[in-house]
Design a protein around this ligand. Structure first.
Ligand code: ATP
Length: 303
């Protein structure tokens, strides 16, 4: 869906994007994660043909950008850097103008499309207010509605939850997940570890313009070889598994063991009651820390 090869963008002495090989596949919810100033917005602008690369190649939906941007852009939905809108017009009227300039079609079909987009982003109830009275979060939602108007196969979103409160973030997350389940590939940039961890299936980590890692979230968050157990019989477990218990906090234990199902069967066999059991996995924050030597200090964990 998106492929870049050795993509580089320099601004004088600053290398904003440095030899990036991006590989976004059909069906991905891809999180492009990096601290402020690491080149995320520049990369999104390159993908959309808004700025030109210093060197390297870009392919979006199988076609070269910027050479074929004119053919590619109508097939994607994009949101980049504070969505543009006429402040004196309502959100609905803004979408109407955008839609007339773009997808077109019959009046009734267009009306339905706009209605659906407003509803999807949770703006259906306030659509008569002028955009100048919108909060930052509402503007961001309107930008998303505009990106959804053409029911695109690919969404490219730069920090889509910027300015939203935790509830708004959750709503956008649910919306992007359901669009993705219905077949839309989602590429988004973010400096929020928690957002990418909760939403994405694949992650690219960027540090000072360089892509330092790109992988499926599932394989990144590899098992640690420890099992988390919760039991009212924690003391009994501690004496049964002496030497394997790494940590104990009230009813919760961390046990060195390769297989949760096996451990569960063995404990139940000893008549121990288990209220919770799960494999411990590395958090995305741990992965980022191991890679870049900085995590929570430069990339926020929670909004
Ligand atoms: P943020 O999360 O703060 O939006 P970012 O990861 O999107 O940051 P970019 O905005 O892409 O980062 O910036 C990457 C680097 O390129 C920064 O050092 C920035 O100052 C520089 N840069 C970006 N655009 C320009 C420009 N038009 N002219 C000069 N330097 C620029």
């Amino acid at each position: 869906m998106i492929v870049t090869r050795a993509l580089t963008k320099r601004y004088g002495r600053i290398v904003a994007v440095d030899a990036v090989d991006l590989d976004v596949r059909e069906g991905d919810r891809y999180g492009f994660l990096g601290p402020n100033g690491s080149g995320k917005t520049t990369l999104v602008r390159l993908l959309l043909g808004l700025v030109y690369a210093t060197s390297g190649e870009i392919e979006v939906l199988g076609r070269p950008v910027p050479a074929r941007a004119g053919a590619v852009l109508p097939e994607i939905g994009a949101l980049v850097e504070g969505p543009a809108a006429y402040p004196h017009l309502s959100g609905r009227r803004n979408l109407d103008l955008l839609d007339a300039a773009g997808a077109g079609g019959r009046r009734r079909t267009r009306k339905r499309r706009i209605e659906e987009a407003l509803e999807q982003v949770g703006l259906a109830g306030v659509d008569r207010r002028p955009v100048r009275a919108y909060s930052l979060g509402m503007r961001q939602r309107l930008g998303l509605a505009a990106a959804l108007l053409r029911r695109p196969r690919l969404l490219i979103l730069d920090e889509p939850t910027n300015g939203l409160d935790p509830r708004g973030i959750r709503e956008i997350r649910d919306l992007l997940t359901s669009l993705n389940e219905a077949g839309t590939t989602v590429f988004l940039s973010s400096h929020l570890l928690s957002e990418v961890e909760l939403l994405c299936t694949r992650v690219g980590i960027v540090d000072r313009g360089r892509l330092v890692l790109q992988d499926d979230l599932e394989s990144l968050r590899a098992p640690t070889g420890h099992i988390l157990v919760e039991s009212p019989d924690a003391a009994r477990i501690a004496s049964l598994l002496d030497g394997q218990v790494v940590e104990r906090d009230g009813p919760r234990l961390v046990i060195r063991h390769p297989d949760a199902a096996e451990l569960n069967a063995s404990l139940v066999g000893h008549g121990v009651r288990i209220t919770g059991i799960a494999e411990q996995r590395r958090s995305l924050e741990q992965v980022v820390l191991d890679l870049t030597g900085h995590g929570a200090d430069r990339m926020e964990r929670t909004p």
